[in-house]
Design a protein around this ligand. Structure first.
Ligand SMILES: NC(=O)c1ccc[n+]([C@@H]2O[C@H](COP(=O)([O-])OP(=O)(O)OC[C@H]3O[C@@H](n4cnc5c(N)ncnc54)[C@H](O)[C@@H]3O)[C@@H](O)[C@H]2O)c1
Length: 436
């Protein structure tokens, strides 16, 4: 007679039912990828508006074309619900819920806890559960495992448990979900093998590691690596300005070294759900072991000061022209945290716009992806490009270099451009173009 693991492995390799909890930037593309692989996918989300949109075949994630989503929904390969009970017959359940920070930068794993509690109500033998949300080492073992074992199930024998970090880069067309190797840490060898079988459906390469804690740490290392290197290059931008050098030219030349160097680029500050938060998950965890990490805190300090630095650049540029921020007509181009996405979570644009407004500037913004931007005291609406009135602005501030802007025309028409992204790189240097 076949073991539970052998039976499940066959199902995962053939035509499994896959449940995805959390249909956001991570969960929706994953749900689509599994549906495209021939699995039957059930998406579960606590947000009824999201569920309704998926059911209507409406995509709210740039990387998921509405036509693909609509096709899969019509074919019933992908369904959406707010009822966790729909997952009782799922072969695999993937958790893709948010992992934000609490008020004092401590991990807020309440979404993982409530997803785990919900799964515990439906879990039974023969199922695989994989946590994908970024979190501190130990979460899978300490938070998920006891809740499922309390149902009288044995991990690695009756049910299977793993951590596999999501590593997608929204808006990146070169490295899509399929192209990004999937790291897998199973609680037991059987958990690992089953999880590898599952992800082989959607990823070209699956990378096993020794356990869930290692897989959890891999993701935190990747994001801490980015945060620290971005902080380093942000500080280089500040140092280059002091020395009258272009940081962009320095990076470009350094990047010609074929080994031992990897280019990172400065900007107006970190944004998104991941980079500003994830390293703090690690700090919090190792602090419990009596160790105070230094790189993470230092990188955070530098990155968090970038919005203030950008406001200072604008203030100085206006001052040189005998103007003040108060009363200045400022047009901001791009408020999403990065190019070609609609995500404004933790976008540095929010702090920059709020500060400029508080200083009395008349601020408008244009972002083809973000129609509305809620701020502390007001909500701004993206202007139509026809109302940009570039020549009539005191400053055009480039925060996010979405595709489609005609940078040469912007530089030609605007009296002063502050470019925090080197978006105007293709335009010859001019005294009225200030690059970070
Ligand atoms: N956004 C990214 O680029 C990215 C990349 C890699 C990893 N991650 C990680 O993936 C995780 C998810 O991030 P995201 O950007 O997709 O978040 P998101 O906010 O876009 O989506 C999360 C979804 O989960 C739903 N949800 C919350 N609690 C739930 C519950 N108990 N049951 C069912 N649904 C629930 C929310 O309603 C939301 O729709 C986070 O841990 C994040 O750090 C994000």
């Amino acid at each position: 007679m076949k073991s539970i693991a052998e039976t499940l492995k066959q199902r995962l390799a053939a035509t499994p039912t896959v449940g995805v909890i959390g249909l956001g930037y991570v969960g929706l593309p994953l749900a689509v990828a599994f549906a495209e692989s021939g699995a039957t996918v059930i998406g579960v989300d606590v947000d009824p508006a999201r569920v309704a949109r998926v059911r209507a075949g409406e995509s709210f994630v740039e990387d998921v074309p509405a036509s693909t989503l609509a096709r899969l929904v019509t074919a019933k390969s992908l369904t959406a619900t707010d009822d966790i009970a729909a997952l009782k017959d799922a072969d695999a359940i993937l958790i893709c819920v948010p992992t934000p920070l609490g008020k004092s930068k401590e991990p807020d794993i309440s979404y993982i806890v409530s997803a785990a509690d919900a799964i515990a109500r439906v879990i039974h033998g023969g199922q695989l559960v994989v946590l994908e949300s970024t979190t501190y080492p130990g979460t899978t073992q300490e938070i998920l495992l006891p809740r499922f074992e309390a149902r009288g199930l044995r991990a690695g024998e009756d049910f299977f448990l793993a951590f596999s970090p999501e590593r997608i880069d929204p808006g990146n067309r070169r490295y899509t979900l399929r192209e990004i190797p999937k790291v897998v840490g199973g609680l037991t060898p059987a958990c690992r093998e089953l999880t590898m079988t599952l992800y082989a459906r959607v990823a070209r390469q699956v990378v096993p590691v020794s356990g869930p804690e290692t897989a959890e740490m891999v993701k935190l290392f990747e994001n801490t690596f980015r945060s620290v290197n971005i902080a380093l290059v942000n500080e280089f931008a500040i140092m280059c300005r002091r020395l009258g050098l272009s940081v962009w030219e320095v990076i470009g030349a350094a990047a010609t070294k074929p080994f031992g160097f990897m280019p990172f680029y400065p900007g107006p500050g970190l944004g998104g759900h991941c980079l500003p938060s994830d390293p703090h998950y690690l700090s919090w965890r190792v602090r419990l072991e009596g160790y105070e990490p230094r790189f993470i805190a230092f990188a955070d300090e530098i990155n968090r000061q970038m919005p203030t630095y950008v406001v200072q650049l604008i203030t100085d540029a206006l001052n040189e022209r005998g103007r003040s921020v108060r009363g200045a007509r400022i047009l901001v181009l791009g408020v999403a945290y990065k190019a070609n996405v609609a995500d404004t979570r933790d976008s540095p644009a929010i702090e920059i716009l709020q500060t400029l407004l508080a200083k009395g500037a008349a601020v408008a913004y244009h972002d083809p992806f973000v129609p509305l931007l809620p701020l502390d005291r007001t909500t701004l609406e993206s202007i139509a490009w026809g109302d940009a009135e570039l020549a009539g602005r005191d400053v055009v501030l480039v925060l996010t270099p979405h595709e489609g802007y005609d940078w040469a025309a912007i530089v030609r028409e605007a009296p002063l451009v502050v470019d925090t992204r080197n978006a105007t790189a293709g335009v010859p240097p001019a005294p009225h173009v200030i690059r970070l």
